[in-house]
Write a protein that binds this ligand. Structure first.
Ligand SMILES: [Zn+2]
Length: 116
C-alpha cells in the first residue's frame, strides 16, 4: 500500500525516514520552516524561559537529524527539493544561532524594556 502524505491535496509518497511524521519531503521542510519562524519570534526578545529554550534546541537537533537522514537516504530528489532541504538546514542553524545570541544578551542583563 502506498503511504501518501497526509497534507490534504498532496498525494506524494512518504519516504521511510518520515513515516513517523506521515508527510512528504516538501511538506516536512515547510512545516519545519513554519515552526522555526514562530520559534524565532518567540525567542527574539531573549526572554523565553529556559525550559522552552531547551525544547527549541531539542527541536532543532531532532529535525536537523531527521532532515539529514532523508537527504542522505538515497531517495531520488529533484534539484528544487535539494535546494529546499539546504535552505531548511540554514533556517535551523540560524535559529540555533539566534537562540545563543539572545541568551548571551539576556545574561548581560540587556533584555530590554525597549521591545516590550
Ligand atoms: Zn506532501
Amino acid at each position: 500500500m502506498m503511504n501518501a502524505c497526509e497534507v490534504s491535496g498532496c498525494k506524494t509518497e512518504v519516504p521511510p525516514a518520515l513515516r513517523e511524521q506521515q508527510v512528504c519531503v516538501l511538506h516536512f521542510t515547510l512545516s519545519v520552516e513554519n515552526s522555526c519562524s514562530s520559534m524565532r519570534r518567540e525567542t527574539a526578545l531573549g526572554n523565553a524561559p529556559h525550559e522552552r529554550q531547551r525544547e527549541i534546541m531539542k527541536f532543532i537537533a531532532e529535525h536537523g537529524e531527521r532532515l539529514a537522514r532523508v537527504a542522505t537516504s538515497g531517495l531520488p530528489l529533484t534539484d528544487d527539493l535539494k535546494a529546499r532541504i539546504l535552505s531548511t538546514f540554514l533556517t535551523l542553524m540560524n535559529l540555533r544561532e539566534n537562540l545563543d545570541r539572545s541568551n548571551m544578551r539576556s545574561s548581560f542583563g540587556r533584555t530590554s524594556q525597549l521591545l516590550r
